[in-house]
Design a protein around this ligand. Sequence first.
Ligand code: PCA
Length: 203
Amino acid sequence: MRRLLLTGFEPFQQLAANSSGDVAQFLDQKEIGGYRIVGRVLPVVFEEAGSLMERWMEEVTPAAVLSLGLAAGRCEITPERFALNWQEGPDSSGSACPGRKIEPEGDAAYYTTLPLQRIVERMKGYGLPASISNTAGVYVCNYIFYQTLHRLHRREETLPAGFIHLPAGHTLLLKTEGLAYPSWPEGDLIRGVSLAIEAMGAG
Ligand code: PCA
């Protein structure tokens, strides 16, 4: 069966949970939309996450790649349109990245190869608020998103590949004091990501 590499992230900064890593872990080994899911969790550290991603791409040889990240504060599930050639901000290793290109010779941006409109319509059709976002920021989420698309571009591979930012799950608010973010039941986040994968497989 075709494999889909599904990644999420570990908790980072002051946030005691990360819905993206939890969803990736939950869906590991499940069968969705004609794909066998290979779910993995990345650290929020630029280079370390980048090399793990490279290694998993080699090991898994996926037919599709979907990376997830937490965008605490967003109200909806937001598939991302552009990956930018820029990285900035202190990551979980404690080292500050003042801002630089991810790939000095790479394109300024890549378009996702996910069917964004179909994904959003499918989620909304099942009653889950969703909309396309134009930017995944310049932090580790965008870094992984850009790196994946750059690798596919370099190797002239055409796979459905992209990134979806998730709102906070209830667990994050239960575990972290004093956060004023909208939050979703984890079951709805899992449902939303499963619907996106189905839409990717519908080809
Ligand atoms: N969100 C961060 C990094 C890890 C995560 O889940 C981001 O949006 O870049």
